[in-house]
Design a protein around this ligand. Structure first.
Ligand SMILES: *Cc1c(COP(=O)(O)O)cnc(C)c1O
Length: 407
């Protein structure tokens, strides 16, 4: 069985789970320092989840009752954070070929009510940061108000736009550190900012409104990561996958993401990173370079191997992209994934919805249509690009995909 995603975990992560006397605050602060140093400087402020970090950022700057522009095709937890912070998501359609927000549509969507723009660098593709900043600065001048830019770097940790890290552009960058991200702190999320005032406000807000990760949560998180480590081992994975699809036994793992169609956060969203998570995060930072290199190598392999393949639209090979996902388009993603799974290759549908088409968000969509987001939801398939993917496994992916597309 070729798994569609897999965290790269090893001895250092296992050691990070051992009990220590380190204080939570010190472990978390050390992770935040090492994280920000790795991604270009500034200050990192961590939270229980990426979605909490975004919610807390809006709260800390007092943004409320504003329109926040969100791409129609991104992870729904981003929209949850907008709604739960007391703001209103306003969706903008995405574009071919790189799945990112259509900046012409963004320009038309900004109004005097706009308080922030979520600039998602989806699947690791850098959005055009120069054009984005021009659009936002013009709107700020026209409407006489601050419009925050939040770079959603959950898929794009070290992505570059014209040689510059996108996470270092104005105003803040958001990272998700869950198990499916480029690197993980088990769960967790972080805001990175170069602006000391933003950092100070957010820290003060966290101090007043969140708790440090507790001991019980620490042990739950250790058990979770140990479980993931065992589940994804080559021996266990086929059985685990069977249990996942045929029984409810693993629901507490697979449904832990809280993507049911309701706008809410997990119950522990105000309880910060635990010391074990911070230590796992530090161990993962040391692997970042190799993880991204492996993803780039897998992506260029697929790019060559799928050249001219009938029925498969390849994504671009873009300068500065990190390939958190290598996402092709086919006629029916559901059919292709089901056929490939029967041949023991898991292909992913990481985003199989357009947010405004979900029942919980229809009321925010109005009469607007989001044709590309809807099309991507039905047609995108992401191929395995994780760092532990072997060349033997990778060699199986392409013929399996082609067979599934043209049976
Ligand atoms: C994962 C993710 C986030 C943050 O998710 P959390 O699960 O809350 O940590 C934000 N944006 C995108 C695009 C993501 O994929």
């Amino acid at each position: 069985m070729v798994p569609r995603l897999k965290a790269s975990l090893g001895l250092h992560e296992a050691m990070a789970l051992l009990p220590t006397w380190d204080a939570v605050d010190a472990s978390v602060a050390r992770f935040e320092r090492e994280f920000s140093a790795m991604f270009g400087g500034g200050e990192g402020i961590s939270f229980s989840y990426g979605r909490t970090a975004l919610w807390a950022f809006f709260r800390s700057v007092g943004l409320e009752h504003a329109e926040v522009i969100v791409p129609a095709y991104t992870c729904v937890v981003v929209a949850h954070a907008v709604v739960l912070s007391g703001n209103v998501p306003r969706f903008v359609d995405v574009r071919e070929p790189d799945y990112n927000m259509d900046l012409d549509a963004l320009e038309r969507a900004i109004t005097p009510e706009t308080g922030a723009v979520i600039a998602t660098h989806l699947f690791g593709y850098p959005l055009d940061c120069d054009r984005l900043e021009d659009i936002v600065s013009n709107a700020e001048a026209r409407f006489g108000r601050k419009i925050w830019i939040v770079h959603d770097c959950a898929h794009a940790f070290g992505a570059h736009w014209r040689g510059e890290l996108v996470c270092q552009r104005r105003d803040v960058a958001l990272f998700g550190l869950g198990i499916s991200k480029l690197i993980t702190s088990i769960f967790g999320g972080l805001i990175l900012t170069r602006d000391g005032r933003n950092a100070a406000r957010l820290r003060a807000w966290r101090e007043a409104n969140c708790q440090p990760g507790g001991t019980v949560k620490g042990w739950q998180r250790r058990a979770y990561l140990a479980g993931i480590g065992v589940a994804f081992s080559a021996l266990a994975y086929p059985g685990v996958r069977w249990l996942e699809t045929h029984t409810p036994l693993l629901d507490s793992y697979t449904k832990a993401y809280h993507l049911d169609e309701e706008i809410h956060f997990p119950p522990d969203y105000r309880e910060g990173l635990t010391a074990a998570e911070a230590r796992v995060g530090r161990a993962q930072l040391a692997r970042y370079g190799r993880i991204v290199q492996a993803r780039l190598a897998h992506a260029s392999f697929y790019d060559r191997a799928l050249h001219g393949a009938p029925g498969v639209t390849r994504p671009p090979m873009a300068e500065g992209a990190t390939y958190s996902h290598y996402t092709v388009r086919v006629e029916s993603a559901a059919r292709v994934c089901a056929r490939a799974e029967r041949r023991h290759v898991q292909l992913g549908r990481v985003l199989d919805y357009a947010i405004p088409a979900r029942p919980d968000y229809r009321r925010f969509a109005g009469s607007q249509e989001f044709p590309r987001a809807r099309a991507f939801a039905a047609t995108t398939v992401n191929l395995p690009v994780h760092a532990d993917l072997t060349t033997e496994q990778r060699d199986l992916v392409v013929p399996t995909l082609l067979q599934a597309v043209n049976p």
